[in-house]
Design a protein around this ligand. Structure first.
Ligand code: GLU
Length: 285
């Protein structure tokens, strides 16, 4: 049995909060007693929202929590060529098409349609740009119109097959139904990747055996399983955990300073063990 490898993969777009601590401890708990590896990955593909001071804050907060991770830490922004290469493999299978729609174009189209196709995360892309001819695509790109690349979901499923399975350690065996997400965006004109593509590739490259993350990404896993098949990547297990909620039943947010680990440490002066108590994951170290 290979030793487990888990990861915590935050985006440096704000300070970590109690929910992140829960997620990191959840991943850590799965490996610390077995001699497996806990990997920290910095998901910083968005140059506008990600800031070096938040990256430094992640190291500071996790060290304070008493966690130790593998070195070197993979910063996604240093590996854009890997993602471009993966995107190229999808292009080679003719699975991507350029989409020039603004949010407003999509909203207008959906309004006109009357009934919008819905997925678990809201309305799905109504396929406007799928109908463009190669010539129209070329002309608009040449004219400098901004665009993103979308996955042709029907074609992708035809290639990968319908009965892809994946296992969530909490919820059991799942049959992948990526079609519920529609033709998702996989890259933008200026960033040749997106969360889905880079996370799936990195989990493969880093040999992750158990992908741990919040329930909010449960549906994304259907798509990640499809991408693994299309790109011939390893298939790990997943364990999606519940999300910590505030006293009003709302998800914790990075913009709410009161729940950040920095605030708990510096203002409330709580001990790291208290974070374990509050998250319910108590590590005997
Ligand atoms: N980077 C993502 C986030 O901060 C998490 C990705 C994942 O764990 O798959 O929400």
């Amino acid at each position: 049995m290979p030793l487990p490898i888990t990861r915590f993969a935050p985006s440096p777009t704000g300070r970590l909060h109690l929910g992140h601590a829960y997620s990191a401890l959840f991943a850590y708990e799965k490996v610390y007693a077995t001699g497996g590896k806990f990997i920290l990955r910095i998901e910083d593909i968005d140059p506008v929202r990600c800031k070096p001071e938040y990256e430094a804050g992640i190291y500071e907060d996790l060290r304070w929590l008493g966690l130790a991770w593998e070195f070197p830490v993979r910063l996604q922004s240093h590996y854009m060529l890997d993602y471009e290469d993966a995107l190229g493999k999808l292009h080679a299978q003719d699975l991507l098409y350029p989409c020039f729609c603004s949010r407003k174009d999509i909203r207008d189209e959906i309004e006109q349609m009357g009934v919008a196709p819905h997925g678990p995360e809201g309305e799905i892309y109504p396929g406007i740009c799928k109908a463009l001819s190669p010539q129209e695509q070329e002309d608009r790109i040449a004219a400098g119109d901004p665009y993103a690349f979308r996955l042709d979901m029907d074609k992708a499923i035809k290639i990968a097959g319908k009965n892809l399975e994946w296992v969530d350690l909490g919820k059991g065996k799942q049959i992948a139904t990526p079609e519920i997400l529609g033709d998702v965006v996989l890259a933008r004109k200026d960033i040749s990747t997106c969360y889905h593509l880079s996370v799936t590739l990195d989990d493969h490259i880093q040999g992750i055996t158990t992908v741990t993350r919040g329930m909010d990404l449960f549906y994304a896993t259907h798509l990640h399983r499809l991408l693994q098949e299309l790109l011939k990547l390893n298939v790990p297990e997943w364990h999606h955990h519940d999300l910590l909620l505030d006293e009003n039943g709302k998800r914790l947010a990075k913009r709410d300073k009161a729940v950040t680990l920095q605030h708990l440490r510096e203002v409330e002066k709580i001990a790291p063990q208290e974070v374990q108590t509050r998250t319910g994951i108590i590590l005997p170290y």
